[in-house]
Ligand binder design. Structure first.
Ligand code: 0RA
Length: 689
């Protein structure tokens, strides 16, 4: 088919092409050929009738789902689709409308408000995808009928006698060739859609006749309260799923009587709401400001309706529509509503000097608990996103803001008894937010401070606060502590040097143990408490190493510390957090090779295995950790990849034992024989008198 350009201007019909492309690629026009696409045909026809209502020409729409479940009829009492012959096409306008694809979509001059987007692509698309379509028009006192199939007229437009009034009726059956033989309309889906429409278009009557039921069921939807009534329903519905008023936070003002305003913004008591709002609403609405606001643009009048209420819920719930089409993903109209509300409230607070001095109100505080319905009418709506659920017209934000701000501010000023609890609620939201933030900060600060404050001054802590990777080395003496501090990985390894005497916990009372400076330091460094207060969850280091000289003094201190842990922090050992570090006693250099021996036995073994011929070994005995360089200490004892250590555990017989944990090589030679400090606590005790 050829693209025909037209200069015809009387009817403003932009005729472009025939309907073959629609049948070839239906998804491009209706989104898909699944059940959503199937219903889309109905929404398309319905929206055309609703557009006639929006523009003030129709008041009543009837939708009939026929017995087969596959065909529907949509009837309105609008002007009736024009039937006069268009000279250019030599066909009645209705036939041109139904058999040609018009991408412009505008039939009226100027600012004809239409559904737009996926919607309103035209009744021709529906016709193209229907196996049968019957158009009936009442106009000029006559009744006209024309039949179509798959986008083509199957009869001429016929006049079938006289008719009263005007209106359009479309009966169609989606084509099974396109949608499959099993496709059917879903009565409940249709009902929901019609009910929502009846709220959005105050005063419009929508009748749904379901002939798939026998006997047929007919329901009428009409809501003179419009979106205010819709809002009351939404609030009541949501309330059932949220916090009951009885559990209202202390200090929250009791909700005043719900208020609904009429078209001019005048308040009236809402006993008329009847059963719609429960006597004690679970989410108590604080107020419903004006139902309808009007905005004039230079291009004509753009209508805007907002129903708004502050509830006791803490979230914000907006439902927005553009030309009666839901916009679940929001967009510029919603943005305008949000900013308009915030500005109106701020102005009101300022005018009445109500802004609290000691708390800053954020936009979120102001909007907390809001439940609102926004129904806006945009001349040329641009929808965005995969599902076209978002309005993208840039100018709309400022337009909506510009209407909402002064109207809401005026309403607040005229309804100060209702405004008062709204303001109180907003200030409460801000205080609650600041209080919870302060509480969080308090807790973090507390733990941070208490940790820092109570930590022993001589502790060289690690940077990490994650116990899983943190290690504490309890080191004998200041000089060893110095090399350990230099040789450590300061990110994960902390050093606590012990200076004074460690009390023998076996013989001392708990009181005395608590007074011993060295033990106190260990307890506060570990952070997990002692005795009954012991909480392993508070342990600041996942591994606690005892790093002592390899002499009897060192063994003695190790034994005292193990005894202390065993008596007062048994879980620490039980859960495997205590280790004994293994610094070497000898450095053995043979040629270019260096070996580390943990004790005399180890030294002999190394010499036997590695000393060849008459080579002279260079043997250094460390008198204490203090003699070891930071590098040596690091590579033999501290470095997680090279060190050897013993884990202290408790056997089922309640004995302390050590198990060897080798992380990697000790020098070049991994010694498998470590019977170092202890096999059993009892033995160690005897060994070290
Ligand atoms: C274009 C012009 C006129 C009416 C309509 C379209 C119209 C379309 C539909 C679709 C469903 N119901 C409808 N009702 C009316 C009227 C032009 C005029 O009367 O001046």
């Amino acid at each position: 088919m050829a693209v025909r350009k037209t200069t015809y201007n009387a009817a403003d019909i932009q005729v472009l092409e025939g309907l073959e492309p629609v049948r070839k690629r239906p998804a491009m026009y209706i989104g898909g050929t699944d059940t959503t696409g199937y219903h889309h045909l109905l929404w398309e026809i319905l929206d055309n009738s609703v557009d006639e209502v929006i523009n003030g020409y129709a008041a009543r729409i009837e939708v009939t789902l026929h017995k087969d479940g596959k065909s529907v009829t949509v009837t309105d009492d609008g002007r009736g689709i024009p039937v006069d012959v268009m000279p250019k096409y030599k066909k009645p306008a209705i036939e041109v409308i139904l058999t040609t694809l018009h991408s412009g979509g505008k039939f009226d001059q100027g600012n004809y408000i239409h559904s737009g987007g996926l919607h309103g692509v035209g009744s021709s698309v529906v016709n193209a995808l229907s196996s049968s379509l019957i158009a009936r028009v009442k106009r000029d006192g006559k009744h006209y009928v024309q039949t179509y199939s798959k986008g083509l007229a199957t009869s001429k437009l016929k006049s079938e006698g006289n008719a009263r009034g005007t209106g359009t009726s479309m009966e169609f059956t989606p084509d099974a060739e396109i949608f499959g033989l099993k496709a059917r309309f879903d009565a409940e889906m249709i009902r929901d859609r019609l009910e929502a429409k009846s709220y959005l278009h105050r005063g419009m009557t929508v009748v749904f006749r379901d002939e798939t039921r026998s006997p047929a069921v007919e329901d009428t939807y009409q809501h003179d309260g419009g979106i205010s009534e819709y809002l009351a329903k939404v609030v009541a519905q949501r309330g059932k799923n949220t916090v009951p008023a009885a559990q209202r936070a202390p200090g929250t003002p009791a909700p005043p009587e719900p208020v609904v305003t009429d078209e001019e913004g005048q308040s009236e008591e809402t006993t008329a709401q009847g059963g719609e709002i429960p006597t004690v609403p679970p989410v108590a609405p604080l107020a419903i400001p004006p139902g309808a606001l009007f905005y004039k643009t230079s291009e004509g009048e753009v209508r805007l309706e907002v129903a708004l209420v502050w509830t006791e819920s803490t979230d914000e719930h907006l439902r927005s529509y553009v030309n009666g089409i839901p916009t679940p993903n929001g967009g510029t109209h919603e943005a305008g509503l949000r900013s308009g509300i915030v500005k109106a409230v701020r102005n009101y607070l300022e005018t009445h000097n109500l802004a609290p001095k000691n708390v800053t109100l954020t936009a979120e505080d102001i909007r907390e608990g809001i439940c609102a319905i926004l129904s806006s009418y945009v001349v040329d709506p641009q929808f965005q996103g995969q599902t076209k659920g978002r309005l993208n017209n840039a100018e709309t934000a400022a337009q909506v803001d510009g209407v909402v701000r002064p109207a809401l501010e005026k309403w607040l000023n005229e309804n100060q008894t209702v405004a008062e609890p709204i303001v109180a609620r907003i200030i409460l939201a801000a205080r609650a937010r600041e209080a919870s933030r302060a509480a969080v900060q308090q807790i973090t600060r507390k733990t941070a401070i208490s940790h820092r404050l109570n930590l022993p001054g001589k502790l060289a802590d690690c940077a990490s606060t994650n116990p899983a990777e943190s290690e504490l080395f309890i080191v004998e003496g200041d000089s060893a502590g110095g090399s350990a501090k230099q040789g450590r990985d300061r990110r994960t390894q902390a050093i606590l040097p012990l200076r004074g005497k460690v009390l023998n916990a076996e013989q001392a009372s708990s009181e005395k143990v608590g007074q011993n400076k060295e033990l106190q330091d260990i307890v506060s460094a570990l952070g997990c408490g002692i005795g009954d207060d012991f909480k392993v969850a508070n342990l600041r280091y996942g591994k606690v190493f005892l790093l002592m000289d390899a002499d009897s003094d060192g063994h003695h201190i190790s034994t005292l510390l193990l005894t202390f842990f065993y008596r007062h922090m048994r879980e620490l050992i039980k859960q495997g957090h205590v280790y004994i570090a293994q610094p070497p006693l000898y450095k053995i250099e043979i040629g270019k090779d260096t070996y580390w021996a943990l004790d005399d036995t180890d030294r002999e073994r190394i010499l036997r295995d590695h000393l060849k011929g008459n080579a002279k070994p260079n043997i250094t005995r460390f008198k204490g950790l203090g003699e070891m360089s930071a590098d040596t200490l690091k590579s033999t004892t501290l470095d997680i990849r090279k060190r050897v250590s013993l884990r202290v555990t408790i056997t089922p017989e309640n004995d302390l034992v050590t198990e060897q944990t080798i992380n990697d090589l000790l020098g070049k030679d991994v010694s498998a024989r470590f019977r170092f400090i202890m096999e059993r606590a009892a033995e160690v005790k005897e060994l070290d008198v």
